[in-house]
Write a protein that binds this ligand. Structure first.
Ligand code: BYC
Length: 313
C-alpha cells in the first residue's frame, strides 16, 4: 500500500482512540518522535536516582532511609519499563545509552540541580514527583500502547513518592525555626526549575504539533504546568510555606492561579548542558555503566548457555 494511504489509515486508527502497538505500521516520524520522548523519559528516571541517592547514607532516621531506598529502587524500575517500551520501537539499549552519553538524547532539566540538604529530598519528592505525576497521568492515555501501559504502574508508584516528599516538607515546616527555614529555602530553589519540567510555552514548543496530532501528548505543556501550579499552591498553604513568586495570584475569571515569568534563558542553558550539575551527572552515569560491564557480560553468557542447553535437549 502506498505510504499516503497507510498514513491515512494510521490517523483514522488514532482518531478512533485505538492504541498503536509495536508491530503495527507507523510513520517513521512517529517512531522517531516516540524514541526521542520515551528514551528521554527513561534517562530521566535513571539520572534522577543520583540527586536522591546522594542522601541515602545521611537520611535522618532508619524509617526515612528505608522509604528513600524504596523510592529510588522504584525509579530504576521505571527506567527499565521505559527502556523496554522504547526497545519495541526498534532501537537497542546500547544505542540508547550511547545517545545519552554523547548528549544526543536529553534527560529532564530538573536533575541537573543539586540536592544540598535533607529538605531538598522533601522538595524533590513533593515538587518533582508531583510534576511528574501530573504529566504522567495524562500520558496514560498516550497513543503508543507499551508507553501508555507502563505509565499506569509508574503513576501509582509516583503518588507514593509525592507523599513521601510532602511528608518530609510538612515535618520540617512544622519543626524548629531552623527546619522551617530549610524547607522554605528548598522550595525557593526548586520551585522554578520544577515549572521548567513541563517544557517551553506551547507557542515555543517545536514538537507539540505532531505530538498532539498523533495523540502522544493529550494535554499541552502549558495546560499541565497550570494544573501542577493550581494543585501545589494549596498544598504549600496547608504546611505554611510560601511559593517564591510575587506575581502568583488567584484569577477568579480564569479559575486558575496567574504566575510570574519563568527564566527561559536558564532553562535553555540547562537543557543544552550548562546547568549546575550536567557534567557531574553524565560522568557518574558513564562511570557506573563502565563498571557494570562485567554484569552485562555475565548475563549474556548465562542467556547463551541457557539457549544452548535448550537446543541440545
Ligand atoms: N528537560 O518541543 P518540546 C522523572 C526539550 S520526571 C529537558 O516542548 P516535547 C522523575 C525537548 O526534549 C521527568 N529537555 O518537547 C521524577 C525538546 O528538545 P529535543 C521525565 C526538555 O517533547 C522523579 C525541546 O526541549 N518525564 O522522570 O514536546 C524522580 C523543546 O521542547 C525539557 C518525562 O520525560 C525538560 N524539562 O515536550 C525520578 C515525561 N522540556 O528533544 C524521575 C515525558 C523540554 O527536540 N516527556 N525539553 O532535542 C514529555 O512529556 C515531553 O517530552 C516534555 C517536552 C513535556 C518533557
Amino acid at each position: 500500500m502506498e505510504n499516503l494511504k497507510l498514513e491515512e489509515l494510521f490517523q483514522e486508527k488514532l482518531d478512533r482512540e485505538e492504541k498503536i502497538e509495536p508491530k503495527d505500521w507507523m510513520p517513521e516520524k512517529y517512531r522517531k518522535h516516540l524514541i526521542r520522548q520515551v528514551s528521554q523519559h527513561a534517562h530521566s528516571e535513571v539520572i534522577g536516582m543520583q540527586p536522591e541517592g546522594n542522601w541515602i547514607t545521611r537520611a535522618p532516621s532508619l524509617r526515612h532511609k528505608v522509604v528513600l531506598l524504596a523510592k529510588i529502587q522504584d525509579e530504576a524500575g521505571h527506567g527499565l519499563y521505559l527502556y523496554s517500551a522504547c526497545e519495541t520501537l526498534g532501537i537497542s539499549r546500547d544505542e540508547l545509552n550511547e545517545q545519552l552519553h554523547t548528549g544526543k538524547a536529553k534527560y529532564s532539566s530538573i536533575f541537573n540541580y543539586p540536592t544540598l540538604n535533607w529538605a531538598d529530598i522533601g522538595a524533590v519528592g513533593w515538587l518533582v514527583d508531583g510534576a511528574a505525576i501530573v504529566n504522567q497521568v495524562s500520558l496514560q492515555r498516550t497513543s503508543f500502547g507499551p508507553y501508555a501501559r507502563g505509565m499506569v504502574r509508574i503513576c501509582k508508584e509516583e503518588s507514593f513518592h509525592q507523599r513521601q516528599g510532602y511528608e518530609i516538607m510538612a515535618e520540617m515546616a512544622m519543626g524548629s525555626q531552623e527546619q522551617k527555614e530549610m524547607a522554605q529555602d528548598a522550595l525557593n530553589r526548586l520551585w522554578w526549575p520544577s515549572l521548567m519540567m513541563f517544557g517551553p510555552h506551547d507557542a515555543d514548543s517545536p514538537n507539540s504539533g505532531n505530538a498532539v496530532k498523533w495523540k502522544i501528548k493529550r494535554e499541552s505543556n502549558d495546560e499541565l504546568r497550570q494544573k501542577f501550579i493550581d494543585k501545589t499552591v494549596d498544598q504549600a498553604k496547608v504546611i505554611g510555606l510560601s511559593i517564591p513568586d510575587p506575581d502568583l495570584k488567584w484569577n477568579e475569571e480564569r479559575g486558575h492561579y496567574d504566575f510570574g515569568e519563568i527564566n527561559w534563558d536558564e532553562f535553555y542553558q540547562v537543557i543544552n548542558g550548562n546547568g549546575p550539575n550536567n557534567v557531574k551527572r553524565l560522568a557518574h552515569h558513564k562511570r557506573a555503566h563502565d563498571e557494570g560491564e562485567w554484569v552485562r557480560e555475565a548475563a549474556t553468557a548465562y542467556a547463551r548457555k541457557q539457549t544452548i542447553k535448550k537446543n541440545v535437549a
